[in-house]
Design a binder for this molecule. Structure first.
Ligand code: TLP
Length: 345
């Protein structure tokens, strides 16, 4: 039976071309600055994201943490969306490891934070208050239906933040999905932000790694922060080699995953008992209608028996994510499996 793994785009395995590149990678000690493959990847990432420099890190979580540690000192405050990955799913690392105070503001359903709420949250200079240093945005917004933030919104937030002496960090784990969905060059989405992290290991299929991009001075400091969290890696060109293929070959094909997510949404919407939420990129959330006599665990298990894997993400709610290793036949298999499971229920 073919397995259609829709749990996340993080399940993507490296392509054969990546494995060959990994095997053949030229390597050196990257902490000493000697790994030519890592250097090439960092240069390529900086160039593609429109920034001066970039830093290869082990994961998206590490990239966001290193960015926070570099922008903020202990006791500083960072404005974050209350549904952002950084706030919800990174163990509060900014606070636990960096002494940085998260200031969560409501994420609107479209993934934005209202500019006026950002301005209102900025602390006055007062001995009682932490100092507001940073605004964090997320594009695409995972928990807000994978919705892309527009270049205009990002620029608006950056300008108002800069006007108040704050910096802006962008969790761009899926920034190439945002660019594909909006039909813009990725640089349009990153131009005004001070730092951006993007992941190689999600829709781009690399096995490991993320890049943090910003000014040369910021990246030099971030290199120190990466070292203190144990992220200084040695002959890591074996991983960067896959990352080069990811950026060069995989970043341009994501619209295909979006098309399949829409097809899956249309297929599921036609099945009684399924309530599909809007789809913007490769992330699809849906609910089971009231009256469907299946627990979340039963639903996941019955689909798994039919080779279809997805995640339950709350009462009656599920997430399915399309990616390189799910083709058109996989989408049809998933729709057929849903129909069977829900007809039997
Ligand atoms: N997201 C994962 C899970 O952690 C939820 C997923 O399956 O979607 N920023 C965003 C927006 C993310 O979605 C993720 C991972 C990260 C950061 C963290 O990346 P990693 O897993 O590489 O630390």
């Amino acid at each position: 039976m073919t397995i259609v793994d829709l749990r996340s785009d993080t399940v993507t395995r490296p392509t054969p071309e990546m494995r060959r590149a990994m095997y053949e990678a030229e390597v050196g000690d990257d902490v000493l600055g000697d790994d030519p493959t890592v250097r090439r990847l960092e240069e390529l990432a900086a160039e593609r994201l429109g920034k001066e420099a970039a830093l290869f890190v082990a994961s998206g979580t590490m990239g966001n943490l290193v960015a926070l540690l570099t922008h903020c000192g202990r006791g500083d405050e960072a404005i974050v969306g209350d549904r952002s990955h950084t706030f919800l799913f990174e163990q509060g690392g900014m606070a636990a490891l960096g002494g940085i105070v998260p200031r969560p503001l409501p994420n609107q359903p479209d993934g934005t934070i209202r500019p006026e709420e950002i301005v209102a949250a900025i602390r006055a200079d007062n001995v009682h208050f932490p100092r507001t240093r940073l605004v964090c945005l997320e594009n695409t917004h995972n928990m807000c239906n994978g919705r892309p933030l527009t270049a205009e919104y990002t620029a608006q937030v950056a300008r108002l933040a800069h006007g108040h002496g704050l910096r802006v960090h962008l969790d761009g784990a899926r920034i190439f999905n945002a660019a594909a969905a909006l039909g813009v060059d990725v640089r349009e989405l990153t131009r005004e932000v001070d730092s951006v992290m993007f992941c190689l290991s999600k829709g781009l299929c690399a096995p490991v790694g993320s890049l943090l991009c910003g000014t040369a001075a910021f990246i030099a400091e971030a290199r120190r922060a990466r070292k203190v969290v144990g992220g200084g890696m040695r002959q890591v060109g074996v991983l960067a080699a896959a990352g080069l293929v990811a950026v060069e070959k995989m970043s341009g094909r994501l619209a295909e995953d979006h098309r399949r997510a829409h097809r899956l949404a249309d297929g599921l919407a036609a099945i009684p008992g399924v309530e599909v939420e809007p789809v913007w990129t490769n992330i699809l959330y849906f609910r089971l209608a009231e009256g469907v006599a299946l627990t979340e665990a039963e639903m996941v298990a019955r689909l798994a028996e039919r080779g279809v894997l997805l995640l339950s993400v709350g009462p009656g709610r599920f997430r399915a994510v399309t990616h390189y290793w799910v083709d058109d036949a996989g989408i049809e298999q998933a729709i057929a499996a849903f129909r069977e499971v829900l007809t039997a229920a």
